[in-house]
Ligand binder design. Structure first.
Ligand code: HEM
Length: 496
């Protein structure tokens, strides 16, 4: 009898919960907005949560289904209602024109229990705006030019590493090699260190840096849950990063700050500006934890995105030898025109190289979807729909950049997609690897600079071909926040 009562009680709870969920999932239906039918609990992220598809791919399917029929589609990220934008005019409004409704990303951070998570990417509202204004001067073209010689110095040592690898005649994990360069560049420029990761792949900086992505604290679905229910996640003390990561970077930043302040050391790098802000005595002062979080975000936002871009770029160059040869000839020709030395001006003159990088970022944007969150009710222009305060807005960069109506033959790696002529008349929001609007990637110039230098260094004297170890056709991982290939990309390198 007792068992029967328990069973009946449990069934009633399940029944009531299902009713409640069904009602909850009528958010878009009640608004009469176009929507994609959700699954219970997962919403429209079933394939992502079950690792059957990556976020970019699953959003692409919905984008293709609704494109041309509506400006947005109502979906659910687990229980959280989200609007997936399928109209480029609305994308432009959200990212640029009506930014005052969409200044936040709605990303999880926990200033109290996990200070390194409270960085520029995650911060919200006036706090974000104030910090963005303070940090922007560090990323001007002038500052990039000042940091350029440091990057070229690192590239010289990087070349010796490629030499070694080429001589070994073994399959080369190109991502690993490129990450050794980008970790060192950001380590030196953001932390003021000579972290030596190029020469020593066992350095702690390199190991802990890679582990931020390869060994995250939580799986991707859990990260999504923490985004969807961040107030609750904060209350129960959830953290974004593993303790080893925060302990390590706290130690590194503390020792750099004390060394520089004690010895009055000044350099043209990101750390200098952060220390300036930390030492101020007015309202613009930032705390040590704020300084720490920004140095950390420059590092994690800077090295993985850039090494991912380089990895896919080398894949395409190896798969398209004619483009590889054209790129190498272009580099040599521009360098010759500039007297043989790799100067900032010579680098900026390599237009075809930029076409190749842009085409890589189009096909493989390291960040597949952009996020925003409505700060107040937003009337969608030209419709009767309102995006309610707190609704997540998803911009499917991956889908837009593979849309055949925007890029003819979108799956083909074709740098001519970015020829001057083909770019003419194309809306800027059709190419979103760095985002767009006031919340665009603050480090885009720096990221492009390090990708260019790595490409120039690695292409000039070496030739790359695909190793049979590389999976063909290339498959994108279904379980990664940053776009990555299943099985990695393995190349054979030959010294020319
Ligand atoms: C190829 C390299 C890179 C790619 C593809 C990339 C991509 C992105 C994207 C897609 C966003 C979101 C933009 C949006 O929501 O509209 C972003 C934001 C950001 N990125 Fe990058 N990034 C790169 C390099 C860097 C570097 C080198 C740094 C720092 C040194 C950096 C720091 C940041 C920061 C701090 C934000 C947040 C900006 C804000 O919210 O105000 N990124 N990045």
């Amino acid at each position: 009898m007792f068992l029967l009562v328990v069973l009946a009680g449990a069934l009633t709870v399940v029944y009531l919960l299902t009713l409640w969920l069904k009602d909850w999932y009528s958010f878009w239906k009640k608004m009469d907005a176009p929507y994609e039918e959700p699954d219970l609990f997962y919403g429209n992220l079933t394939s992502v949560a079950k690792k059957m598809d990556h976020l970019g791919g699953s959003m692409q399917k919905i984008y293709e289904k609704f494109k041309g029929r509506a400006p947005f589609v109502g979906i659910y990220m687990f229980l959280k209602p989200a609007a997936l934008l399928v109209d480029l005019e609305l994308v432009k409004n959200v990212l640029i024109k009506d930014f005052n409704y969409f200044h936040d990303r709605g990303v999880f951070y926990n200033e109290k229990d996990d200070p390194i998570s409270a960085h520029l990417f995650a911060l919200q509202g006036p706090k974000w705006k104030l910090l963005r204004n303070k940090l922007s001067p560090t990323f001007t073209s002038g500052k990039m030019k000042m940091m350029f010689p440091t990057i070229v110095d690192i590239a010289k040592r990087f070349e010796a590493t490629i030499d070694e690898v080429a001589e070994r005649d073994a399959d080369l994990d190109i991502k690993k090699l490129m990450a050794r360069f980008t970790v060192e560049v950001i380590g030196v420029c953001a932390f003021g260190l000579d972290c030596n990761s190029v020469a020593d792949e066992n350095s702690e900086f390199y190991r802990v840096g890679l582990s931020v992505f390869s060994n995250p604290r939580h799986s991707f679905p859990v990260d999504l849950l923490m985004i969807a229910y961040r107030e609750l996640a904060r209350k129960i003390g959830c953290k974004r990063f593993r303790d080893e990561v925060s302990d390590f970077y706290t130690r590194v930043v503390k020792s750099t700050v004390s060394f520089r302040t004690a010895n009055d050391v000044h350099r043209h790098d990101f750390m200098e500006l952060l220390i300036d802000l930390y030492q101020r005595q007015d309202d613009n002062k930032i705390t040590f934890n704020e300084l720490l979080a920004q140095a950390f975000v420059f590092f994690i936002a800077g090295f993985e995105t850039s090494s991912t871009t380089l990895q896919f770029c080398f894949y395409e160059l190896a798969a398209n030898p004619d483009i590889q040869t054209k790129a190498r000839n272009h580099i040599n020709e521009v360098l010759e025109r500039h007297g043989g030395d790799l100067t900032y001006e010579a680098m900026m003159d390599m237009k075809y190289l930029d076409q190749i990088i842009n085409e890589t970022l189009r096909l493989y944007p390291p960040v597949m979807s952009l996020f925003r969150e409505t700060d107040k009710d937003y009337p969608v222009p030209g419709t009767n729909f309102i995006l309610k305060k707190g609704v997540t807005v998803l911009i499917p960069a991956f889908a837009i950049q593979r849309d055949p109506d925007v890029y003819p033959n979108p799956l083909k790696f074709d740098p001519d997609h970015f020829s001057e002529e083909n770019m003419k008349g194309r809306t800027p929001v059709a190419f979103l690897p760095f985002g767009e609007g006031p919340r665009i990637c603050i480090g885009a110039r720096f990221g492009m600079m390090q990708v260019r230098v790595a490409l120039i260094t690695a292409l000039r004297k070496y030739k790359y071909s695909l190793s049979p170890k590389t999976k063909s056709p290339l498959e994108l991982s279904k379980n990664a926040f940053i776009t990555s290939p299943v099985g990695g990309i393995w190349l054979n390198v030959e010294s020319l």
